[in-house]
Write a protein that binds this ligand. Structure first.
Ligand SMILES: O=C(O)CC[C@@H](O)C(=O)O
Ligand SMILES: [Zn+2]
Length: 506
């Protein structure tokens, strides 16, 4: 028997569900690295050779202290959390964190590092999932934590200009007071910085409705490796004067420049937001429901997310969130955002009636799956774009391939965007399990003309596999851009672009 319930945004259950992954109790994202001693250093786990950058000296620390007194962190205990990613899967050994407040300070730091040939790891909220936000060796960490000022907001155009270190959720709160919202929403919103979002071209939960950052970001201010500042902080919807340089930095993961400020187009806050959780007896029904949903909800559909029963089981076990519905092989979350609550609810109710009549509806939840999975041990994460019809086949094929060698193989994600999150858990990291997963997962994806990174980027963990999604010529051109903008390669080294396989010299 089927049932259906609608939640308005702001209902207690929904708030608690949305509020928690960003700062799960005891596991603040990107901070509070209590277990960091257990994290194997990246250079030990993976075959990677330190590039010939200069090593930090006392005179460097003194120079930085002169540049930004009191905002140079060198005490080992204080630096430690910045060296480890949120997943506790990679660890660098930086000895220094710098916290500039202004673009001029970022310029001065980079000019100094460039001259001294010191490598730099730009870091926002440290919520990345591919090892892109923490050092691999001893790179100096350039944190945007104190670059957290809103520069301007134009209520007529909806254009926000702010520093790169503004936390996404704070920006959203600021905008909501003025009747607007940020065009992106992520589980990590409580910690992630807008500069980091842009640097990774984060997708998230609103992409279906408001599009990607490649469309909503109107301008950027970026400091290049040699310290020169590039002011492309336009606040125009249309600007066809030459190449669109900001696009180079969107998704470049801090390898081409440090984003210091962002100009972004923000939509009006929708007057009516409704959320429904449905259950489906098969993946074919998830797809069928999506088609029905799009046809019936049209412009008010703002999210269509799915998760499999294994995800639900883990969310229930680890987060003690109980499913309000009977067990089902798949669950779907639908969000509508519109301007007329009566009209939107009527539309959603009509859709649910039809969906229930065909036996598709149950209820469930979605947003804290990532957090639940971390309780299982080590998580191998894959973030894949695929034609939706084939999307879940990768999960079933992987399950069959790994058998008992994995604890769980789960599939969930942004079905509305054709984006699967395939996560595989095990008690701990093992090379042999990784070898069973990779390159199989990438070959599978390439055969379907998919992308091996839909929204998380390549970071440290996936950079060697870029060729599964990009032709050789494209990778070579990317390497040429990198060499032109950062000839010494000091910005976020060991990330995004492939290097030849090397022996560890950790
Ligand atoms: O943890 C993951 O693999 C996905 C994280 C995030 O992109 C999500 O959609 O929840
Ligand atoms: Zn996602």
């Amino acid at each position: 028997m089927a049932s259906a319930v609608l939640w308005r945004r702001g209902a207690a259950w929904l708030r608690s569900c949305r509020g928690n992954r960003r700062e799960p109790p005891g596991v603040p994202r990107g901070r509070g690295c209590a277990g960091s001693r257990d994290v194997v250093p990246t250079c030990e786990r993976y075959a990677v050779r330190r590039l010939p950058f200069a090593r930090l000296e006392e005179r460097d620390v003194a120079a930085f202290e002169r540049l930004m007194p009191g905002r140079v962190v060198s005490a080992e205990e204080e630096v430690k959390p910045f060296n480890v990613d949120w997943l506790k899967s990679v660890r660098g050994c930086s000895q220094l964190v710098l916290k500039p407040q202004t673009t001029a300070e970022v310029s001065q730091v980079l000019r100094y590092c460039y001259e001294r040939n010191l490598a730099v790891n730009p870091q926002g909220g440290n919520t990345g999932l591919v090892g892109g936000s923490v050092p691999v060796f001893d790179e100096i960490i350039l944190s945007t934590a104190l670059m957290n000022q809103v520069i301007s907001f134009d209520k007529v155009s909806g254009i926000l200009v702010c520093q790169a270190g503004c936390v996404l959720e704070r920006l959203n709160e600021y905008l909501e007071e003025q009747g607007f919202i940020m065009p992106l929403d992520l589980g990590a919103k409580g910690s992630c910085h807008i500069g980091g979002n842009v640097a990774t071209n984060a997708g998230g939960l609103r992409l279906l409705r408001y599009g990607s950052l490649r469309g909503t970001v109107l301008g950027l201010e970026v400091v290049l490796a040699d310290g020169s500042a590039l002011d492309c902080l336009m606040s125009l919807r249309k600007d066809n004067t030459g190449y669109d340089l900001k696009q180079l930095f969107i998704g470049s993961e801090g390898t081409l420049g440090v984003i210091t400020a962002v100009s972004i187009l923000c939509p009006q806050k929708p007057k009516a937001v409704n959320v429904a959780f449905l259950g489906c007896p098969s993946f074919a029904k998830v797809l069928e429901t999506f088609t029905t949903c799009r046809a019936m909800l049209g412009e008010i559909l703002s999210a269509y997310e799915f998760m499999d029963e294994k995800c639900m089981e883990l969310v229930e076990r680890h987060l003690k969130l109980s499913s309000p519905v009977a067990d089902s092989p798949f669950y779907v979350l639908i969000e509508t955002s519109g301007s007329n609550s009566t009209h939107d609810e009527e539309k959603l109710n009509n859709f649910l009636e039809q969906a229930m009549a065909s036996g598709m509806v149950l209820w469930s939840l979605r947003e804290r799956i990532t957090e639940a999975l971390t309780h299982e041990g080590y998580v191998y994460k894959y973030d894949i774009s695929l034609p939706v019809a084939k999307l879940y086949n990768l999960v079933t094929d992987m399950r069959a391939r790994l058998g008992q060698s994995a604890k769980n193989v789960v599939g969930y994600g942004h079905l509305g965007d054709g984006n699967l999150h395939l996560n595989i858990t095990a008690e701990s990291y093992s090379h042999s399990l990784l070898d069973a997963i990779e390159p199989f997962v990438y070959e599978w994806t390439a055969r379907c003309s998919g992308s091996i990174s839909a929204e998380h980027g390549l970071g440290f963990k996936k950079k060697q596999f870029i060729q599964y999604s990009k032709p050789r010529e494209a990778v070579v051109l990317m390497q040429q851009f990198k060499a032109m903008l950062d000839p010494k390669g000091i910005l976020n080294p060991y990330k995004t672009l492939p290097s030849a396989p090397e022996r560890s010299t950790c």
